[in-house]
Design a binder for this molecule. Structure first.
Ligand SMILES: Cc1ncc(COP(=O)(O)O)c(C=O)c1O
Length: 368
């Protein structure tokens, strides 16, 4: 059975543990370590639990309609004006709002990339074209990108890209911005994982020169708060005004909005995460390769991997490895739902040191 045929029976989203356990005939209480979700394993910061409990009363009030304090904190953190910030219900709402700006228009998406761009474009009736990034390096060829962008109203980029972990170069982004200024194409860069990438140039200084640039951020990955829902948009003042006019009222809950400033002020947590990433990321890249995996060089807290060619020829496909890992108590992210990957790869998220060592041990058992 080819990987493509096989895709039919895989759940569309990776982290659907119940469906995946059922698919492989495993009991609902089968214990596993989840490396399918890309979240900072050091978070949430320890103080958040007590902080939330103390503010329980806040739930009996409506949030401040303009989220002023949160927007000021984000603006100061990014060197922009508060009027250039829109607080959103996670990065996901920001993606749908960016697509809504071009309802009925034409979008250029990269593939493989995060699936919500296509869902958002489809929800807002955009006509989609794909710019395919090819394995094994998934590099974006600039000439081809510019040509395709010419006919688009909006281009969605993900930096670093989920699921490849690759980072589009600053030169390519500048070339795209210079080009799209002449074609009136908007460039949306989803930077949900930017805080989990080290030594990366910020795009915020480009916003003044290129008002068609929109940056989308998530605070759920870095602070490990996906259940709280928190994200934001950085854009020109006029674009933020337009987007805000279309946002449902009180889209971000009171506790999430109040948490923005203290989270951003927690420099110790940010430093600790960066130090951990700086040592764990290269250590795991090396160790995963040593297990006989192809590893796409990653700029974030997750890795796209597949068994090396020799192992694949012997029948150790990513689908088989996924199943073995699950039976051994590790839930990886399959890639059937990522156009251009079609299940040929698996995505593994970094966890803390001991959990990563357990993953390496299980991989060793599964691959040999
Ligand atoms: C690239 C990317 N952007 C945005 C999001 C949405 O994040 P949030 O939880 O903030 O909605 C995700 C979530 O997985 C993501 O991978």
């Amino acid at each position: 059975m080819s990987n493509r045929d096989n895709a039919v029976s895989w759940p569309a989203h990776g982290g659907q543990a119940t469906a995946l356990l059922q698919r492989f005939g495993l009991p609902a209480n089968h214990a596993f370590e989840d490396v399918s979700a890309n979240l900072n394993p050091l978070g949430p910061p320890k103080w958040v639990a007590a902080w939330l409990a103390q503010r329980f009363d806040g739930l009996s009030r409506y949030p401040a309609p303009d989220y002023r304090a949160a927007r000021q904190a984000i603006a100061a953190d990014n060197g922009v004006q508060p009027a250039q910030v829109l607080l959103t219900n996670g990065g996901a709402e920001a993606i749908f709002m960016a697509a809504a700006l071009h309802a009925g228009g034409r979008a250029l998406l990269l593939a493989p990339s995060f699936g919500e761009y296509a869902r958002a474009c489809s929800a807002h009736r955009l006509n989609m074209t794909e710019h395919v990034l090819h394995a094994p390096h998934f590099v974006c060829e600039v000439d081809d990108l510019l040509e395709k962008a010419t006919n688009a109203d909006v281009v969605f980029l993900c930096r670093p890209n989920n699921p490849t972990g690759t980072l589009m170069s600053l030169d390519t982004i500048k070339a795209l911005l210079a080009h799209t200024q002449t074609t009136a194409t908007q460039v949306v860069v989803d930077e949900a994982f930017i805080d989990l990438a080290l030594g990366v140039d910020a795009l915020t200084p480009l916003m003044e020169r290129y008002p068609q640039l929109i940056l989308l951020r998530s605070m759920t990955k870095f602070y490990t708060l996906p259940g709280l829902r928190l994200g934001y948009v950085l854009a020109s003042e006029s674009l933020i005004t337009t987007m805000a006019a279309h946002q449902p009222p009180w889209s971000v809950n009171h506790l999430a909005a109040e948490l923005v400033a203290p989270l951003l002020a927690d420099r110790a947590f940010a430093r600790q995460t960066q130090q951990w990433l700086a040592s764990e990321q290269p250590r795991m890249t090396k160790a995963l390769k040593a297990q006989g995996l192809d590893v796409v060089p990653s700029h974030s807290c997750f890795f796209l991997v597949r068994p090396e060619a020799a192992k694949r020829i012997q029948g150790m496909t990513s689908a088989r490895l996924f199943e073995r890992l699950l039976r051994h108590g590790v839930l990886a992210r399959h890639t059937y739902s990522f156009p251009g990957l079609d299940g040929d790869w698996l995505r593994l998220a970094l966890r803390d040191g001991p959990a990563n060592n357990r993953l390496l041990k299980v991989l060793h058992d599964c691959l040999c």
